[in-house]
Design a protein around this ligand. Structure first.
Ligand SMILES: [Zn+2]
Length: 610
């Protein structure tokens, strides 16, 4: 959580925005939420998990993850999810609510990092506009426009995906950006320009390329992919060493293997379709969207990674991989098997007919045929094993052994025993070996490769220990099971022995309007600077209570607090007696001993009443 105080913006504005915004609306684009009782639950976007421990409460307008401890209000969520500062999160939500966010006095100073992120986003947006405008209007982009036309990319899609064109110039973008106030080293930082080796200046990274803006989940441009055009100068001329595809380098906005092309546009359709379709090329994804199949994304020139799966898992548990039937496509499919088997996302495969990619398939057979194809995927495991077993002629024993070597690691990964023996039998039949022999090889392999079982990384912070009755009382208050004014005169902030809970108790009483209702939002705002207490509030507000008879529990808690107070007083008094005895102050000793007796009687009474 960000430590910046929220003070610089009028709290009135903050409150008005809070009232207009529903945390469920803000959170739901980031993960699949399922209704559970009064709350929603889902897989936490902040740590990897397979069972949901992320809770969103519409009534309390807060979220908490009982796995990793993340929690807070709607601002806290956006700050964490999009790495925003508080003023940035406020601005985003203000825009959503139609409320202008004006700083109270001096302009808000963003932390350096987030302001540099913001400026990176701005320069990317400017560059995207520049490239896009060139593609639409520049005479030099005529061939590129014709190329897109030939590939059936319509103007709507060009605009929707904001495709662009980089002129074959060394400083086209640089000059444009400079004209808009950007220094060359800012363009370099964004990965848009490259410093000359002799250090004398910069040149454009993307030249004579079709440009695909890569966007984050919020639709903001964070990087570019550039494709060399067939027959262009670069394709055959001096730049022949350049790769066909080139992406932006990594920046603080963009990390390789963490983004999927068009996911910002696909995610709505993903939740409708219940699955995500992954293709390989930008134009493949574009063609699918254009044909009305919108739950489609493309990998950005890298193999699928664990991070991709984590990202995907926030939206769906079902993935359909579309592969070309050539050897490279098959190999790519096989590489993903182990990834998916340990990833918690179920993968299926669709193979295209010989010589087709999704783009050409849609063009040649139409979108209905493409949808039809997608409706009949086969399991990735079936597919992989079929490919492995089928690819050799299976005649010689050497070949069979080689295939078995390849198949065993995959079989060993199958967790479900029934499933495993099903595939074992199938492979044995296909290879013409005894099922029992293959089974023994499998056992052998599992033993050989047995390592420490892989566990989900544990981000669970050490839960601070609190005295049970103190925590329970605060929890009952936060969850509205006991009203603040019902505790009037029965317990003091000083009765809490934990140094964090006394002040929290005072704050709860202060913010409760007229002592009637606890104001969670106010509490979260007031404790924004103290992330530990802030997280405590969101956790304890949502954590299920272990008790049922609330009034009785309150009684018990109060009694324990009371008897702890008496015991403290007793200790203090005995300490004073020791001191007075040292000073031979008999009168004081006698008076104190009276007090001790009376305290002991009271303590006895409280114990009896349990
Ligand atoms: Zn979490």
């Amino acid at each position: 959580m960000n430590d910046m105080p929220r003070g610089s913006i009028p709290s009135e504005t903050v409150r008005r925005i809070q009232e207009c915004i529903d945390i469920v609306d803000v959170v739901s684009p980031y993960l699949m939420l399922r209704k559970q009782g009064q709350n929603y639950v889902g897989l936490c976007p902040f740590h990897q998990e397979k069972t949901p421990s992320f809770v969103v409460s519409p009534s309390k307008q807060l979220f908490h993850c009982f796995g990793c401890g993340a929690g807070g209000d709607v601002f806290g969520f956006l700050m964490k999810a999009d790495a925003l500062s508080f003023p940035e999160a406020l601005r985003v939500l203000g825009e959503k609510a139609g409320i202008a966010v004006v700083p109270a006095s001096s302009p808000v100073q963003d932390p350096e990092e987030s302001s540099s992120k913001e400026s990176l986003l701005k320069i990317h947006q400017e560059a995207a506009v520049y490239y896009h405008d060139l593609l639409l209007n520049h005479p030099g982009a005529r061939l590129t426009r014709e190329y897109l036309q030939k590939r059936g990319v319509q103007e709507d899609a060009i605009k929707n995906f904001m495709l662009g064109y980089a002129l074959p110039l060394w400083d086209g973008l640089l000059k444009y950006l400079q004209g808009r106030g950007w220094a060359p080293d800012e363009a370099e930082k964004a990965g848009l320009a490259i410093l000359r080796q002799d250090g004398t200046g910069h040149y454009d990274r993307f030249r004579d390329r079709l440009i695909f803006p890569i966007r984050n989940l919020q639709g903001k441009v964070i990087a570019f992919g550039g494709r060399v055009l067939p027959n262009s100068q670069s394709d055959k001329g001096s730049d022949a060493t350049l790769p066909k595809y080139m992406n932006s380098p990594e920046t603080s906005l963009y990390t390789k293997g963490q983004h999927l092309y068009a996911l910002d546009k696909a995610r709505g359709a993903v939740s409708q379709a219940g699955s995500l379709v992954i293709v390989e090329g930008y134009l493949d994804a574009l063609a699918a969207h254009q044909a009305g199949v919108q739950n489609v994304v493309a990998t950005l020139g890298t193999a699928l990674t664990q991070e991709h799966l984590h990202l995907i898992g926030r939206f769906t548990r079902k993935v359909i991989l579309v592969f070309d039937p050539d050897l490279a496509g098959v190999r790519a499919a096989l590489r993903t098997v182990e990834l998916f088997m340990s990833g918690g996302v179920h993968a299926q495969v669709v193979m295209l007919p010989e010589g087709e990619d999704p783009d050409s398939f849609i063009k040649n057979h139409g979108s209905v045929a493409f949808k039809e194809l997608l409706s009949k995927p086969i399991g990735l495991l079936d597919f992989a094993l079929q490919q492995m077993v089928a690819k050799a002629s299976k005649k010689t024993i050497e070949e069979k052994l080689r295939i078995i070597e390849e198949v065993l690691p995959v079989l060993a990964k199958i967790q479900n025993h029934v499933e495993r023996s099903h595939y074992l039998k199938w492979v044995a039949d296909e290879l013409g070996v005894h099922e029992r022999d293959l089974g023994q090889e499998l056992v052998h392999h599992v033993r050989k490769s047995k390592k420490v079982p892989k566990q989900e990384p544990s981000f669970i912070p050490k839960t601070p220990q609190f005295p049970v009755e103190e925590q329970m009382l605060i929890q009952l208050l936060l969850q509205g099971k006991v009203k603040p004014n019902a505790l009037q005169g029965r317990v003091q902030p000083g009765d809490f022995t934990d140094p964090r809970l006394g002040p929290l108790f005072s704050l709860i009483l202060e913010t409760a309007q007229g002592g009637g209702e606890v104001q969670i939002r106010e509490l979260l705002l007031a404790t924004q600077h103290d992330s530990e207490i802030n997280l405590l509030i969101s956790a304890w507000s949502l954590q299920e209570l272990t008790c049922e008879e609330y009034e009785k529990t309150v009684q018990d808690c109060l009694q324990k607090l009371y008897s702890k107070r008496l015991n403290r007083e007793l200790q203090e008094m005995e300490e004073k007696i020791r001191k007075a005895e040292q000073e031979a102050d008999r009168e004081t000793v006698r008076a104190l001993q009276q007090g001790v007796l009376s305290l002991k009687r009271q303590i006895l009474l409280t114990q009896q009443s349990y």
